[in-house]
Design a binder for this molecule. Sequence first.
Ligand SMILES: [Zn+2]
Length: 269
Amino acid sequence: MMISGVAHALSLDVPQRVTQGGMITGFVTPPTANVTLNDTPLHVGRDGRILFGVARDEQGPLRLTVTLTAKTLTKSLAVAPRAWSIQTIAGLPKKFVTPNPQQQARIKADQAKIKTTRTAPITNDFLATDGFIKPAAGPISGIFGSQRILNGIPKAPHYGLDIAGPVGTPVVAPAAGVVALVDPDMFLTGKTVMMDHGAGVYSVFIHLHDISVQQGDTLQAGSPLGTIGATGRVSGPHLHWGVTVAGVQVDPARVLGRTEYGGPKTDGQ
Ligand SMILES: [Zn+2]
C-alpha cells in the first residue's frame, strides 16, 4: 500500500521571527496550496514562493495558514518591534500641509489611482529574484517609519526611503519589473512612476523631474526611468522610493539589504 501522506504533505518554510517593516519570503509545498496571512490571501508563485510585508506598527503574532483540500497547516510568527525616529520639516508651502477641500479631493483621487494600480497586477511572477539595488546615487535624507512633523503639525509616518540629489540625477529601476503607472502631476507626489515587480511587490518613485518610461515598459535592474526632481510636496530635490508587498508598506532599506532570494532558508529581513 502506498503511503500517500508523503506526496501530499504540506510544508511552509518561513522565518519564525520577523521585524516591523520587513519584506518576508517564504516557500510553500506544494505550490497549489492556498496561503493566507491573518485572513488575507497571498499569491503563491509557481515555485511555491510567498512574499508579504510586516507593517510598521504590526504587533504580531502573524498567522500564516496553508490549506490544500482538507489539510491545514498554521504557523505563528513573532514580530520584533523597531524604534522609530521623528523627522521635523519646516517651510513647506501651506497647501501641502493643510490642503483646502479641493486639494484634499485631488489627494484622495491620486491615492485611489495608486491603490488601484497595486490591486490590478500586471504580472503574478516575481521578477525581482536577483534582488534590489539603490535606485539613485546620493545620500539618504529620509528613512522609513519616521514620525513626520511638517510645519509643526504631526502627520502620517514616512513610508519610503529618500535619496537626495540635484535635479536631473538619474533614477533607475531598483529591480526587474513592469511600469504600472506613469502620472505627470500628482498633488503630493508630483511626477510619479510605479513599477510592478510581480507577486504583489510594487515600487513607487515620486517627486521626479523627468520621466523616461511609459506604462507597460519592461525594465531590468539599472534601467533608467527618469530623474530626481522637486515636484509635489518637497523641501528640496530628492527621490522618494516606496515599496509595498501585498498592500503593506515595507522599509526599502531592508529590501535593499537582502542578498538572497532563491531558497527556502531566506530569512527575508
Ligand atoms: Zn519621502
